[in-house]
Write a protein that binds this ligand. Structure first.
Ligand SMILES: [Zn+2]
Length: 437
């Protein structure tokens, strides 16, 4: 994403305090208050999309729908679900509000396993709210004060740098060798570390206990790649601070994040999130996370199928927030494995199982790849303690775990591969699926 101009930064700063006030109140709305608040925004968004965005106008006209038809959430749930392919095919002319001059848009992109790049354009007003929401997210872990130092390990810097003398921000390129990240930790002595789980995994392996004890860390926020709760609990022990997962996407921005009680709270003031079945119908059980971003009018995403599998639950949390919770988050549907019998193993389940095999040592990093329905490869970066016995044990365990027709092998590599966006996904499926939705 491009850097913001001085004028844009001033505008952003002006709207930020109003956004912050709003974002402090919304987590405590009752369910009814929240639904009413979301409904007003959803209706305005649909009217805007119908009038200004050719993609939605033709999509909704095809199903005989007029904006005035949405009188309830049940009506809303009848609208078609849209997919990543729809967005890619219609970007930018048919899905971006053409009244906004291009140089005023903030554009981000995401690679994805399909290889097709998806671009997402935000307007500045919506973006300033997302920035305020990012600040709130980091405050979920600890009382984030203006003098706290943040070390941000990522593939690109935040487009908004820290305000002079407040919330000092230090950036390290995520593709830099791990010793450079460790060097930055020693130099910056951050209170907050934001990074990929794969970065934290290697930092935890390569830093000594004494070095870690010298860091004043109050919280670590991990994002973008899958990590299991058990692994985060281990890191929490090792770094003596909460390690919390943040669930976001370029398309819908902030979806959910963990509070210190490990609950994934949906950000209901950013998106209206539904769980839908394969026919695009809202369901109360497990299904695909589908979201409507309530703020981005430059490129509205309405009933957008995000692709991860999860369930939504009501219920109180000890933190006091009333946003609903995301539970049984099983990772991306596209990265689940399909066995020859048709049985599906979710990516979250595969990650937990692989960690179980890997926890006896010998591995510095791993990546489990389904190459075809009948072939699965575990790429490993072996540590000094790697032995043939470990290899044989892992092969035997995995062969029992997958169906008998599946050929399983281990490949030793110097480094696990990354996506174009710099992520290291531990579970990857290369088996093409019928498009969902
Ligand atoms: Zn909570």
């Amino acid at each position: 994403m491009r850097d913001l101009s001085t004028l844009e930064l001033i505008a952003l700063g002006r709207s930020a305090s109003a956004h912050r006030r709003l974002l402090r109140r919304t987590p405590f709305f009752s369910r009814d208050e929240m639904l009413a608040w979301q409904f007003t925004r959803m209706r305005a968004l649909i009217t805007h999309a119908f009038e200004r965005i050719p993609f939605y106008r033709s999509l909704y006209q095809r199903v005989g729908f007029q904006p005035g038809d949405v009188k309830s959430w049940d009506d809303f749930a009848k609208l078609p679900v849209i997919t990543r392919d729809d967005v890619v095919a219609n970007y930018p002319d048919s899905i971006v509000d053409q009244r906004i001059p291009k140089d005023q848009l903030l554009v981000t992109f995401t690679g994805g396993s399909s290889g097709k790049v998806l671009e997402v354009a935000y307007d500045l007003r919506a973006y300033s709210l997302f920035v305020a929401a990012a600040g709130r997210l980091l405050s979920m872990a600890f009382n984030y004060l203006p003098w706290h130092r943040q070390l941000y390990v990522a593939v690109s810097q935040y487009p908004v740098q820290s305000v002079p003398w407040m919330y000092p921000l230090y950036f390290v390129y995520a593709l830099a060798p791990i010793p450079q990240v460790i060097e930055a930790l020693r130099r910056v002595k951050p209170h907050l570390l934001v990074c990929f789980p794969s970065t934290l995994r290697e930092v935890a392996q390569q830093m000594s206990d004494e070095e870690i004890a010298e860091l004043p860390l109050k919280a670590i926020s991990v994002n973008s790649e899958m990590s299991s709760q058990r692994e985060r609990d281990e890191w929490q022990q090792r770094f003596s601070c909460p390690v919390l997962d943040d669930y976001a996407s370029e398309e819908l921005t902030h979806l959910a994040a963990q509070c210190i009680h490990r609950t994934y709270h949906l950000f209901e003031d950013i998106n209206y999130i539904e769980i839908v079945d394969d026919n695009g119908r809202s369901t109360t059980g497990a299904g695909t996370v589908t979201g409507t971003n309530l703020h981005n009018t430059a490129m509205p995403l309405i009933r957008y199928r995000q692709g991860d599998v999860a369930t939504i639950q009501n219920g109180d949390c000890a933190c006091g927030w009333r946003f609903r919770r995301l539970v049984d988050w099983q990772g991306r549907r596209n990265d689940s494995f399909v066995m020859p019998s048709g049985r599906v193993l979710s990516s979250g389940y595969l990650l937990t199982a692989t960690e179980e095999f890997a926890r006896h040592g010998g591995l510095r990093a791993f990546c489990l790849i389904q190459e075809s329905t009948s072939s699965i490869c575990l790429k490993v970066v072996p540590s000094d303690s790697w032995t043939t016995q470990i290899e044989e044990r892992i092969v035997a365990q995995f062969q029992e775990f997958f169906e008998p027709q599946v050929r399983f092998r281990i490949e030793k590599v110097a480094e696990c591969e990354r996506t174009k966006a710099g992520k290291r996904n531990p579970i990857i499926s290369r088996v093409s699926r019928q498009p969902q939705g």
